[in-house]
Write a protein that binds this ligand. Structure first.
Ligand code: KG4
Ligand code: ZN
Length: 338
């Protein structure tokens, strides 16, 4: 029997809503990005994020219902991000999800945001098969996981300090490029001189698959202080930073593929939109005779489709209990396998 799940994502600064049908696939999705709200502050302001989610969720629900040409009576469950993320932002989405579920008389499913990212490639025609290695690279997380099935995750390595997206954002701020930093660094790096600066590759000499990115930001700061800053220098630093960040992700992902023997690498999270990272991973996996899978670019960053999909995989865990608790911190390894 087909089931229709409405998914709501509000863990950070994107309000995402989507409808996933277990037989027909993704029916509709809509996204509202709060970038303009936070740009003036150079980063996400949690209180503003929560208020903006409250304003936008219901209009987006109406939009996806009408895009999918389906009535609310045909929705079988409401999935929402219950963590990890900003507590106020998560509370906004969770409260709306519970309210909708109560008025539609359907159950809810609390979804782990990173599981959503990790399963996002399953929304594409060409999907990876289990087991695979997942490289999760976002503004809040950087980790490599061995994925044996939905909910069966072992963390192979993770960042000991900043997430890689956070390092992109902080370095962009140091370079005066604005927010969010990832796409801006990437753009500036296009005109960068490859030979002018060389950033260190943190942790690559140590065994294991943990990461550390806070040193790159410090290196960027020290370089900025030493140099005369013009547009070319900004591009050269952006190039060297991106090169070091991508190289580090590449080396550890290669290690993970070799150690687990997995045939596929799945890349998810906002930094997965980085074209330089995609190109380098393509070359590395080709050389190892492995495959690399990505969600489409718009589903690399936060979105409702991945939450609707992950919720659909966990329908058996849905609940009619209207109480809820958000989890600002939540390990992937604590999830139940299905
Ligand atoms: O997954 P996501 O949308 O939100 C979180 O859950 O954190 O990831 C956002 C992060 C930001 O740090 C942003 O700078 C980074 O992804 N990002 C990129 C690119 N596009 C977004 N980083 C590098 N290159 C990009 N093209
Ligand atoms: Zn995310």
């Amino acid at each position: 029997m087909a089931n229709r799940v409405l998914g709501i994502e509000t863990s950070c600064d994107d309000t995402g809503v989507a409808i996933y049908d277990t037989e027909k696939g993704l029916l509709a999705h809509a996204l509202y990005s709060q970038i303009e709200t936070h740009q003036a502050y150079g980063g996400v302001v949690p209180e503003l994020a929560a208020r903006d989610h409250i304003r936008k969720v219901i209009p987006l629900v109406d939009a996806v219902l009408s895009k999918a040409q389906c009535r609310s009576e045909t929705i079988d469950a409401v999935a929402y991000t219950s963590g990890p993320g900003l507590a106020g932002a998560l509370l906004a989405g969770s409260a709306v999800a519970k309210g909708l579920a109560f008025s539609w008389d359907v159950p809810t499913i609390g979804v782990h945001h990173m599981e959503g990212h990790m399963l996002a490639p399953m929304l594409e025609d060409e999907k990876p098969e289990f087991p695979f290695v997942a490289l999760l690279v976002s503004g809040g997380h950087t980790l490599l996981a061995h994925v044996k099935g939905v909910g069966d995750y072992s963390i192979l390595g993770q960042t000991l300090d900043d997430a890689v997206g956070e390092a992109f954002d902080k370095t962009a701020k140091i370079l005066g490029l604005g927010y969010p930093g990832g796409p801006l660094i990437s753009k500036a790096a296009e005109n960068g001189n490859q030979d002018r600066f060389r950033f260190p590759r943190p942790m690559i000499d140590r065994p294991g698959m943990d990461f550390s990115f806070s040193g790159l930001k410090t290196f960027a700061l020290n370089t900025v202080e030493k140099e005369l800053i013009d547009e070319q220098t900004i591009s050269d630093i952006a190039y060297a930073f991106q090169d070091a960040a991508v190289d580090t992700l590449l080396i550890k992902s290669k290690r993970a593929l070799i150690e687990t023997g997995c045939k596929s690498l799945v890349v998810a999270g906002g930094v997965g939109a980085n074209l330089r990272l995609r190109e380098q991973l393509r070359l590395m996996t080709h050389e190892l005779k492995r495959n690399v899978f990505y969600p489409r670019i718009e589903f690399c960053t936060d979105n409702g489709a991945m939450i609707a999909y992950a919720g659909a995989q966990r329908l058996h865990q849905s609940t009619t209990d209207l109480s809820f608790q958000v989890k600002a911190r939540w390990s992937l390894e604590d999830l139940a396998s299905i």
